[in-house]
Design a protein around this ligand. Structure first.
Ligand SMILES: N[C@@H](CCC(=O)N[C@@H](CS)C(=O)NCC(=O)O)C(=O)O
Length: 322
């Protein structure tokens, strides 16, 4: 894996040495918003009006951030409104690619072989990481946005007048609570597992591990008295948590050494993740074969043999009893 520097691909692993062995995630750079009338959103430029068929989403089934956008595409009935490509599970020395493989959906716009081509189509001098998800505008021929937390907000409401299904996962009355939950869950859980897994010193790993499990204990407590994170209504905060929870036992416990406890050891979290998995349309967005092969085979510094464990045997389709 690597990154683009002035539009040129360089094969480089994350630099943790300048931060005491800590993994520090860089901010996404394309931050425009699709809006119902094309006016600018909270950041970036305007001109990106919601229109069926105009936008294309590049995702990886393995990636928890891209997974959020796929879930919102399904929940909001945007499958016929926004087209999708899926990269190969293996992130190799060329980064994400469209090499043929089970579940891969080739790039219909440029017939790209590697994902970094999409970034240089948007900006020939792009410097930065080549990440999924990417939301591409076929009309303006550029990247609208490559930040999943913003893409799901657009999907939640921007297409409501042009054929999206009803459903509001960021309702006005719950916004403060959702933002507050997101903040802690992003730092300690969604990104927390990466801080543990990509740490290159014992101290940096331990610094991330305890806050991760403190947060899981705290969420378990919340879910022992209410069905969802904000109460009885399913919101964006739940979906953002879900994509990390569903990967936790199959990947993060082993590969990222997040092994204080497993999700199956938490009765409420385990029921909750099964409930979300069983919501119509969600299971088809979860591809465990891409998830497991991606992590165990792409991170050579963590797993040099690239062996993919066969376990654990867990069943997300068991009744959730919630
Ligand atoms: N903040 C971004 C993060 C996206 C991200 O880091 N995606 C990972 C895959 S899970 C990626 O593509 N990494 C490639 C790299 O860092 O080189 C978002 O939420 O959209």
């Amino acid at each position: 894996m690597g990154l683009l520097v002035d539009g040129v691909w360089q094969d480089q692993w994350y630099d943790t040495s300048s931060a005491g062995g800590r993994f520090i995630r860089k901010a996404s750079q394309f931050r425009n918003w699709i809006t119902p009338d094309g006016r600018p959103g909270p950041t970036g430029a305007g001109g990106f009006q919601a229109e069926p068929g105009r936008y294309h989403l590049y995702v990886s089934y393995a990636c928890p951030w891209a997974h959020r956008t796929l879930i919102f595409q399904v929940l909001k009935g945007l499958e016929n409104i926004i087209s999708v490509s899926v990269v190969h599970w293996l992130m190799d020395k060329n980064g994400w690619t469209f090499a043929p493989g089970e579940g891969v959906i080739a790039d219909p716009l440029f017939n790209a072989k590697v994902l970094h081509e999409i970034y240089t189509h948007a900006d020939p001098n792009y410097t930065g990481r080549v990440t999924v998800p990417i939301l591409w505008d076929k009309q303006a021929k550029t990247i609208v946005n490559n930040e999943s937390s913003e893409i799901i907000r657009m999907f939640n409401s921007a297409f409501d007048q042009v054929g999206a299904q009803p459903g509001d996962y960021y309702p006005e009355a719950l916004r403060n609570r959702i933002d507050e939950l997101n903040e802690r869950i992003y730092n300690t859980v969604n990104n927390g597992v990466y801080k543990c897994g990509f740490a290159t010193t014992q101290a940096a790993y331990e610094e991330a591990l305890n806050p991760l499990f403190d947060s899981l204990d705290w969420i378990e407590e919340i879910l022992s008295t209410q069905r969802y994170l904000t109460g009885n209504r399913l919101t964006e905060a739940d979906w953002r948590l879900f994509t990390t929870l569903v990967r936790f036992d199959p990947v993060y416990v082993g590969h990222f050494k997040c092994n204080t406890r497993r999700i199956v050891d938490y009765p409420h979290l385990w029921g909750y993740v099964r409930e979300l998995y069983q919501i119509p349309g969600v299971a088809k967005t979860v591809n465990f074969s891409h998830i497991k092969r991606h992590y165990y085979q792409s991170h050579e510094t963590i797993n040099p043999t690239r062996i993919v464990p066969l376990g654990p045997k867990i069943n997300f389709t068991e009744p959730h009893n919630r």
